[in-house]
Every structure is written in C-alpha cells, then in structure tokens.
Design a protein around this ligand. Structure first.
Ligand code: CMC
Length: 426
C-alpha cells in the first residue's frame, strides 16, 4: 500500500500522507489540507473520520470483533473481572497479582463519598430520573475533591481516575436508593466491586443482605461488556470536553449527559420498554411492519460499527439465560425478545441494512430480573463506561500532540448584512 494519497482539485494536486495503524483501516492525514488548499473536509457524524489516535480499544465491525488492549471481549468477560479490565484499560496491561492487589486496594479505599455529598441528593425530586441525578452528582464531585483537579499533574490525574471508578457505584446506588425512598448504604471494603455495588443497591436495614454469586458474576460481566467502546458519542464528548483542559469530573459528567440519549446508552431502557409495548409474540408482525414503515426503530438493534454481529450481545444473551435460570424467572418478555430477534434476522429489511441485536437487546431483561427498574439501566452503563471514558481522557492528556478540539463547518446561512431597526424590518 502506498504511503500517500493524491487529491486533485481543478489544476492543483495535494499529497495527503497515509498513516498506518497496527490493525484496521489506515487513515488519510488531512491535518495540513486546509492550510494548503483553503478547503475543509466534510463528515457530519464522523462516518469516515478518525478523530484521534488511540491504543485502547479496537473494533472490527464487519467481523464482530471487540478488543481491549488486544484482548477479545469474550475472553475478558469469561475469564477476567471488571476491576482487572479497569486496570487493563487504564494502564495498558493486565496487572500482575501484586499490581492488582494494589489497584484493588486503591479503588476500594476511594469508594466512600464525602459525608456532605449525601445531602446533595436531597436537592433532587424523588421522581427525578437517576441519570439526571448522575449528571448533576458526578459534576459536583469537583466541588468535593478539589485536591485532584490539576490536570497537568499525572499523580492527580491518576487519583481522579481512581476516585471516579471507585465512587461511581456509590453514587449510582444512592441515586437508586433515593428514588425508591430507602436509606443510603455505606460501601464495605471486604466486598468485591460488583458485590459491593449490589449490596449498596439492594440491602435494607431491616434484614441481612445475602450475596448471590451468580448475580454478582452477572453484574461484573455486564460491567466488563460496557467498559469501553472506542470513539463512540459519549467518549468523543469526554475527549472534546477534556481537550480544553477541563478537569475529569466535568468531562465524565458531559459523557454521562451524552450517553443518556436514546440512540446511545438510553437504548437499553428503550429496548425493554419496546418489548413491554409489544407484550406478546402475536403482536410482533404488526410491530415489525411499523419499523419497516419507518414509524419507529427497533430499539436494541443496529450499530454504527457492527455490521455482522455485536460480540457483546452474544455474551449478554448467555448471561441473560444464566440469571433467569438462577432466579427461576420465566419472563414472557424473553420469549418476545427471542421471537423478535428470529423474525428480524430473517427479514430482508434488516438483512439488507445489516441490522443485528446489539448489547442493549438482552441487557434490559437481565437487569430487570436482577431487580433494577428500567430507569436504572443507563446508569449501570454509565457506571461501567466511566473507566473507558477516563482511560481515553488520560490517553488524550498523555498525547504530546493534544490540541483543543475545534471542528469546522460548511456554512449555509445568511451572508453578511447590516443590522436594521424594527421599523425597517419585514
Ligand atoms: N431499527 C430499524 N431500522 C434501523 C435501525 C433500527 N434499530 N437502525 C438503523 N436502521 C435503518 C435506518 O432507518 C436506515 O434505513 P434507510 O437506509 O432505509 O434510511 C439504515 O438502517 C441505516 O441506519 P443509520 O441511521 O444510517 O445507522 P447509524 O449507523 O447512523 O445508526 C444506531 C446506528 C445505533 C444509532 C441505529 O442503528 C439505532 O438508532 N438503533 C437503535 C438504538 C440502539 O439500539 N442503540 C444502541 C446502540 S449499542 C449501545 C451503544 O453503543 O450505545
């Protein structure tokens, strides 16, 4: 393959370097193109544009491959733990036993929140969506942990990263307990990350909380499956916010806000609500017809990058079955989901557009069985994705070529004109 592309416009030619990655498509470097040609490139939605260089996560959408630092997601989901994956994403390598013990200790001993932080939750209405609480509460962390806001200090960057990974479960559990009117539960240092989170969500003072290893493992696996996903909308939001030098608590709050949208992390809530709306297998054909008539989308289907299958969806489906079996739940929505998947995958509308179930299709049924209300689904996504966001944020800061993000535009509005007073308008 050649190392440059040549673009000819009229009688002028421009040589554009081609940069090679370790795997995946090479990129045409257009950084100097505007300076040389006075032209911008145009790519709304970034469908053909690499916005950064990264060593963290790789996706091959056609082959259905997702790698974190080179390790396939199914191997990590099967053999690793969420905290180990956090270390991998943040630091680039799987930890030695000694490194892991230190990392786990650091995270565990940052799980508590400043005591005054608890009063912050009281300012929200009880019926506030927990994602609204998350956006506000995570943004407010900077008001409580001002000693780790200097983004130019690598040690402070690391402490902020650890604080975010550690405190997200505590904040998420409080958002949940607050919305259901139950008292907040203090984290316990002897429990694992996921067990601690489940206890903070579901234990009540009136009785002892008994851990269920199958549910703890399922929670941990769900966190692993959501940990990072390359330059998606929320991650790009975090990078763009961070490019101005903003501290990580503000950047992660921005990521949470973006994630909440129904085309992104909000889809897990919408997918389950869609299954509830369909209700029974008999209603599927009419619902699918509505999709084909473009009245609405099939939530939990389709992906910008995966055009074959979503490797996370396969693990999620297996986890879903394990959880339902363990809890002895016969959820009629699972039957609807399986039939809907079958109908869609054999229909030319979906085949032609390469629309396959994504991770959100089965996660909702699993989380519901575990006792989470639908409005908590995206919160769990945000909790897990925090490590991906902060790893990408950290990578951006460590890149000496970092520049503030500043996209250009194709302007189609009014050209220059003079201001006119009221009497001269219209
Ligand atoms: N149901 C029905 N039709 C769809 C769907 C869907 N879920 N997704 C895409 N299409 C159609 C779309 O209407 C278009 O059809 P046509 O060519 O006739 O105009 C074609 O497929 C291409 O769609 P697109 O909008 O250009 O695809 P995109 O890459 O911009 O969108 C997506 C990707 C994920 C936003 C979209 O597939 C979608 O909205 N899916 C439903 C929401 C969802 O499940 N999101 C979760 C994604 S996975 C978790 C995450 O990473 O956040």
């Amino acid at each position: 393959m050649t190392d440059k592309a040549t673009l000819t416009i009229g009688d002028k030619s421009y040589d554009l370097p081609i940069l090679k990655g370790s795997t995946g498509p090479d990129v045409v470097d257009v950084r100097k193109f505007y300076g040389d040609s006075d032209l911008f490139t145009f790519d709304p939605g970034f469908t053909s544009t690499a916005s950064c260089e990264s060593k963290i996560t790789y996706i091959d959408g056609d082959a259905g491959i997702l790698l974190h630092r080179g390790y396939p997601i199914d191997q990590l989901a099967e053999k690793s733990s969420f905290l180990e994956v956090c270390h991998l994403l943040l630091n680039g390598e799987l930890p030695t036993a000694e490194e892991f013990a230190k990392f786990e200790h650091n995270i565990t001993y940052h799980t508590m929140l400043h005591a005054q932080f608890d009063s912050f939750f009281q300012g929200f209405r009880r019926d506030a969506h927990p994602m609204a609480i998350m956006t506000g509460a995570v943004g407010a962390l900077s008001a409580f942990y001002a000693d780790s806001l200097n983004v130019d200090d690598p040690k402070q960057r690391e402490i902020s990263a650890h604080r975010l990974i550690a405190k997200m479960p505590t904040i998420a559990a409080r958002a949940f307990q607050y919305s259901v009117g139950r008292p907040f539960v203090t984290p316990r240092n002897e429990l694992s990350y996921s067990e601690n989170f489940l206890r903070m969500c579901f234990s009540v003072p009136a009785e002892d909380w008994v851990p269920n290893p199958v549910l703890t493992r399922a929670m941990d696996r769900i966190f692993i499956l959501h940990a990072d996903h390359e330059q998606n909308a929320s991650t790009s939001t975090v990078r763009l916010a961070g490019s101005s030098g903003a501290h990580p608590f503000a950047c992660i709050a921005a990521g949470i806000a973006c994630l909440w949208g129904p085309s992104h992390g909000g889809a897990n809530q919408e997918a389950l609500e869609m299954l509830e709306e369909i209700g029974t297998v008999e209603n599927i054909p009419a619902y699918v017809q509505g999709v084909k008539d473009k009245k609405y989308k099939l939530m939990g289907f389709g992906h910008r990058v995966y055009k074959n299958f979503d490797p996370r969806a396969k693990v999620m489906q297996k986890t879903c079955y394990e959880v339902l079996e363990q809890l002895g739940i016969n959820d009629p929505l699972l039957e609807v989901a399986m039939e809907l998947e079958k109908v869609a995958l054999s229909d030319p509308y979906f085949i032609d557009r390469k629309l396959y179930p994504n991770i959100d299709f089965y996660s909702g049924i699993t989380l519901r069985a575990m006792g989470f209300p639908t409005n908590m689904f995206t919160v769990l996504f945000a909790l897990a994705r925090t490590v991906g966001w902060i790893s990408q944020w950290k990578e951006m800061f460590e890149d000496p070529s970092r520049k503030i993000g500043r996209p250009r535009q194709l302007y189609t509005g009014a050209t220059q004109r003079d201001y006119a007073p009221f009497e001269n308008r219209g």
